[in-house]
Structures are given as C-alpha cells and as structure tokens.
Design a protein around this ligand. Structure first.
Ligand SMILES: [Zn+2]
Length: 446
C-alpha cells in the first residue's frame, strides 16, 4: 500500500487520536528537512555498476546524505588503507569503496559520511589479535568476550564474541588505531563527514563492569584526585567541622582506603563501585567511575574533531547516539549533550527496540524523545531523528510483506517534533522490506 503524505498525516492523526492543526498561512518558510540513510558496504556492492544502481536509488528517494559503513564490526575497512593494509576487507581488495562512492555520490549531489564502529572489535579482528592489552577488562581481568549473550538463558553456552577496547589507555587503541584511521580517511578522500558509532562503553554487556584494566585502575582515582601525590605520605582523614557529614568534603581528604596499593583488581573495583568518599557517608564512590567514563568518551570525540578539522575544516563530525544523553552518560559513558563543540549533527537512534510498548506508544514516545533531544542540545546543533525500519515490524515478524503505513506513521511522529532531518536505518532493510518506493513518496517535497 502506497500512501500520499496527506493520507499519511490523516492516518497518523487517527492513530494517535489528535486533531489536525490547520496550516498557518503566515508561517515562515521551514528550512528543508534533511534526509539521510545509514548503509552498509554490501548495499553498494563491489562494482561501479552496483554502486551506480545504489546511488540512483538514493537519488530517487531524495536522500541528501549517505552514511556509509567503512569500518565494520569485525574491524575490517572498505577503503585501501595504506597505514593499515591488513584491515582491508577481502571483498574490497580490488575496489576502493570510499573512493568510488565519493565520486558517484557527488556526481548526484549526495554527501558521503564515513561511518566508523569506534570502540567495538571482533575477538578475531586484527586489532585484538595484535594488541590484546588494549581491551577493556572487568574486575576478574577478563575481556568482554568472557560475557554471556543477552539470550544466555536459551543458549547457555553462547558467549559474547566481541571485544570492547579501552577508550582511556594512552598509548592504546584510541591514539594508535582509531584516530589514525580517521585521519587517513579525511586526508585521502573528499569526504563530507566522519560519523561516530559505538562511541561509548558497552551497554548490553554488564555496563558497570568495565573498564578495570591496569591503566584505568590507576587513572580512575587519579582523574578525580582521590589521593594526593604530593605532601604527606600518610592518609589524611576527613576533619568533621560541619554538622552534615558530607559537607566536610571540600578540604579534600584522601579518599582511597589504607592499603590501596596492595589491593588486587577485584578489591579495587569493588571500592570504586561501592566505596564511600567519606567514611560513614553515602556509598557515592561510583559517581567518579561514571564521570571518568563520560570524560574518556568526550575526550575522544574532542580529539577526533580537532584532528579532522585540522586536516579539513569543512568535514562535518556526526554521531549515532543513544536516545537519552543523560541516561546514556550513566550507562554508556555517552553524555552527548556535552558534545556540541565537537559534533556538527546528531543522529540519535530512536529505534522502536529502544522503547517499550506497542506501536502507537512508540510513535508518541518518538515525538516526545525527538523534542527532548532538541532541548538537550539546546537547538545549537541539528538533530536528525533515527528510525530503524526492521524494528517497526515487531508484530509482522516473519511476514513476507510489510505495511508501509508504519514507516509513514513513524516518520510523521518524528516530524511532529520538527527535527532538522530524518535518518533511516538502513538502506539494506529498506530494500529487503520493499520500502524504497514508499520512502520515495515520504521524502518527496519534504
Ligand atoms: Zn581501561
């Protein structure tokens, strides 16, 4: 079923039970809604012909920006890297996807943003095999591939096959691997943007368990100056001069316990998560754990921005982020509401699977969250609402055809918050679900 925009708006109104506002004759012209799509290398294929067909489809659907996966989840890349030739995907050995895509997309007036999976690698990837010491560690000194998958109840022997790299270590994955990859992309190709993804700590595997590598065990307390490195070698106790216990914090007592240096990894991790800054006070030490993680991710976002803009100030920095920056700060170290100085456009992943409830609830929450995202960024940077098409069809799982109405309704729900753009995940799912022709209608004249 193909719906016109007018029909779609009517359907949305009926679904959400709201009255349709009359258009205002005197309203100022609204800036153009930007349309973007996330795509994987496989969607573009490995020949100029397949790539041209892909770009032609983007053009037909009024896509202004394609966000192309160039560093994939297994750590492989689809450009002909000179610095890391061992990372070049076997499928793209004879076809530099980035070079060809930039030429073909620019011919059609479409921007190309290079999408990188930042801190997530495969346990079989080159980075982890060469540098296992760069992986995040838990309190038992184990990497994330020691964790169980979400569906471990059904599949008790399945482990999580992926490695989250420590964002903090210097030298480490961030400055020896990720930043050089980004610099090479920007200095080699006429890209319009660099797109961060997985720019965070893991949230699906034990969010409060990483990272307790040797570097982080030393630097979490140091970051917050929980222990004086100068002056007395004896531990300074808090002096109680004010009646409210926690009001005595500001003279900055030594907040590490006696015997800290002889504690093992597990004991230190337990203290960082459950300790008290002031004996007898609340168990507040984990505040510094969360702050440390937030600051490590923000530092990387800042450094990536600085290095890219130094090479080419016109290259835009963009990011796929979780829907709520305050909560993702706590769970993922991803407090993206702090990144306006270093991110040009936010693309929050407001996917249905990131919400509870039925489809109607999702639509109303999508309007609300998009509106809040624009508040969190103080409207200083564009926000594109990110919609995952596959997620819309929870009720039709396994079906051969998919009701395009749901895509229409989701886009209209996001539009109700007046975001700067809409970004669809993904080109491949649009194709598999037969939704490209519908997207052509939805984005027409928007
Ligand atoms: Zn670490």
């Amino acid at each position: 079923m193909k719906l016109t925009r007018r029909q779609a708006a009517g359907a949305l109104t009926a679904t959400l039970g709201i009255s349709q506002a009359k258009p205002q004759q005197t309203a100022p012209a609204k800036p153009r809604e930007v349309h973007a799509v996330w795509a994987n290398a496989g969607d573009a294929g490995t020949t100029v012909e397949s790539l041209r067909a892909f770009v032609a489809q983007l053009k037909r659907a009024h896509i202004h920006k394609v966000v192309m996966g160039v560093k994939e989840g297994d750590g492989s890349v689809v450009w002909h890297s000179r610095r890391f030739p061992q990372l070049i995907s076997a499928r793209y050995k004879d076809f530099d996807l980035v070079e060809n895509l930039v030429r073909e997309a620019h011919d059609q007036g479409i921007e190309v943003h290079a999408w990188l999976i930042d801190f997530y690698e495969s346990q079989n990837g080159v980075a982890y095999r060469m540098h296992p010491e760069w992986a995040q560690l838990n309190a038992d000194g184990k990497a994330t591939n020691s964790e169980k998958l979400l569906d471990a109840d059904k599949l008790p022997n399945r482990v999580y096959p992926n490695i989250w790299m420590c964002p903090a270590q210097r030298p480490g994955y961030t400055d020896q691997w990720l930043l050089p990859l980004i610099e090479e992309l920007v200095s080699t190709y006429s890209l319009d943007g660099i797109h961060h993804d997985y720019v965070r700590y893991g949230g699906d595997v034990a969010p409060d368990t990483y990272c307790f590598c040797d570097y982080c065990l030393k630097n979490i307390p140091r970051h917050a100056l929980l222990h004086w490195e100068t002056g007395l070698s004896e531990r300074q106790q808090v002096e109680i001069v004010r009646p409210r216990l926690e009001a005595n914090w500001e003279a900055t007592p030594d907040m590490l316990p006696a015997g800290w240096t002889s504690m093992n990894r597990r004991e230190k991790a337990d203290f960082i998560l459950n300790g008290r800054t002031i004996a007898g006070g609340p168990a507040d030490m984990r505040y510094f754990f969360y702050e440390y993680r937030v600051d490590q991710i923000s530092r990387f976002v800042r450094e990536a921005h600085e290095r890219v803009k130094r090479i080419n100030p016109k290259v835009q920095m963009t990011a796929a982020v979780f829907k709520n920056p305050i909560q993702s700060g706590r769970y993922l170290g991803q407090k993206w509401s702090d990144w306006n100085a270093w991110i040009d456009t936010y693309m929050p992943m407001s996917y249905r699977s990131h919400f509870l409830g039925d489809f109607g609830t999702y639509c109303s929450h999508l309007t609300e969250i998009t509106s809040r995202q624009m508040e969190w960024t103080r409207r200083e940077r564009p926000v594109y609402a990110g919609i995952y098409t596959t997620d819309l069809f929870k009720e039709e799982a396994g079906a051969k055809t998919y009701p395009a109405t749901k895509l229409v309704l989701a886009v209209e729900a996001a539009r109700a918050a007046k975001p700067d753009g809409i970004v669809i995940f993904s080109a491949g799912s649009l194709k598999n679900q037969g939704l490209w022709p519908h997207l052509e209608d939805i984005f027409q004249n928007a």
